[in-house]
Write a protein that binds this ligand. Structure first.
Ligand SMILES: *Cc1c(COP(=O)(O)O)cnc(C)c1O
Length: 377
């Protein structure tokens, strides 16, 4: 018998979440599949989504190369851009969309000697409106736009930025970032209009600022393009008040982390379980050992009480998570036996509940799932 642990991926659910993102966002939506498709499998997710999406995005050139090698032909955005001339060559050969966030990246494009390949790139000019990570100061946006617009290797320029606090929609920082973005967009549009003076019609410079949280909770941030990541994988990143009336069922569950019991044991009152003898039974009880541990990406910081579904019954983890195994209380699941199904997260146990118990976020649990866990589609 093979080890029962597997991640069951529902690609149709990812597509349905993408379509939901489209209805909210209004405009075009980039499906963000970086970090191995948020753990769901880079090429499987990328190939499946290709006929249905406006564009895909990854963080790194390496991820983009892998997708192109798998015949993913759609628009494909590299969110960190390229770091040297060789990488730029690759990006041009593979017809990638590139973020440009720094002077050295503008210089790489300026120095590019157009070779035999006659392709021009879609560039996403990134400005830092308050995230403090990547991007030009908003005051320099128009100047960078003019430089890029003049290059034959540049086909189009989309103005882009990223929110720091979109998951908390009431934060003032969101208002400040949006107004900084709008001011930069006005100056870029003005520069664009000046450059196009001779033509009778000027076009709009496309804009993109919303991630999943902003698509869901900051309608003012919806522009020609939005970028949906975590919501594609069924997780709503918005921090909500307890009385929130938002429909939680609009997003479909995309991954079930499923395993089984590989041992069932009884414990006498006072007996301890696992490393550190952290957990002790307060009375006689019964427990099971599940084939899943932090070596698979299950969070080690999920403590006693973290919910787990055994044979369709909600129970909880007890003691410390080991590398390859964890223990679950079976006092309330008398019918559980070796081989009984265990759901670590999925439709019965929202990944956000496990993340809360471990002091982390669904993003980290999804992306942390290791290679050892077979993905079943
Ligand atoms: C990862 C990422 C996204 C997607 O964010 P989610 O919160 O997962 O929707 C969007 N834009 C950029 C620049 C990113 O790095």
């Amino acid at each position: 018998m093979t080890r029962p642990l597997q991640a069951i991926i529902n690609l149709d659910a990812i597509l349905s979440n993408y379509r939901y993102a489209k209805t909210l966002a209004g405009g075009a939506v980039v499906a963000v599949i970086k970090a191995n498709g948020y753990g769901h499998g880079l090429t499987n997710v990328g190939k499946f989504l290709t006929p249905h999406v406006d564009a895909l995005a990854v963080a790194t050139l390496e991820e983009a190369v892998e997708l192109r090698a798998a015949n993913v032909t759609t628009r494909l955005l590299v969110l960190e851009g390229v770091f040297d001339a060789e990488a730029l060559d690759t990006a041009i050969q593979l017809n990638l969309d590139l973020v440009v966030h720094s002077d050295y990246q503008v210089a790489l494009l300026e120095q590019y000697q157009q070779g035999t390949i006659n392709t021009a790139l879609n560039i996403w000019l990134k400005i830092d409106t308050g995230m403090g990570r990547l991007g030009f100061c908003p005051r320099r946006a128009a100047e960078q736009y003019k430089k890029l617009y003049a290059l034959s290797v540049v086909k189009s320029v989309t103005l882009t930025s990223h929110f720091a606090c979109a998951d908390e929609p009431a934060r003032q920082e969101n208002v400040f970032q949006l107004s900084a973005f709008d001011a930069a967009a006005r100056s870029v549009q003005q520069a664009h209009n000046d450059l196009c003076d001779s033509q009778s019609e000027t076009t709009l410079v496309p804009q993109s600022i919303a991630n999943s949280a902003a698509i869901i909770a900051l309608p003012a941030a919806r522009r020609q393009w939005s970028r949906a990541g975590i919501m594609l994988y069924g997780s709503d990143p918005v921090v909500r008040s307890a009385d929130s009336s938002v429909d939680k069922h609009s997003l479909a569950c995309t991954m079930t982390l499923q395993s089984g019991l590989i041992a069932v044991r009884s414990a006498a009152k006072g007996e301890s379980i696992g490393y550190g003898a952290d957990f002790r039974f307060a009375q006689d009880g019964r427990y099971g050992i599940v084939a899943c541990g932090y070596g698979d990406g299950y969070p080690r910081h999920a403590g006693t009480g973290t919910p787990v579904m055994v044979g369709g019954v909600r129970t909880c983890l007890i003691g410390r998570v080991s590398m390859d195994m964890l223990a679950v209380d079976l006092s309330c699941v008398p019918e559980a036996a070796v081989g009984t199904d265990v759901e670590l997260w999925g439709p019965g146990i929202p990944v956000s509940e496990v993340a809360d118990c471990a002091g982390t976020i669904p993003y980290e649990l999804f992306t942390g799932l290791t290679q050892r866990v077979p993905r079943v589609y």
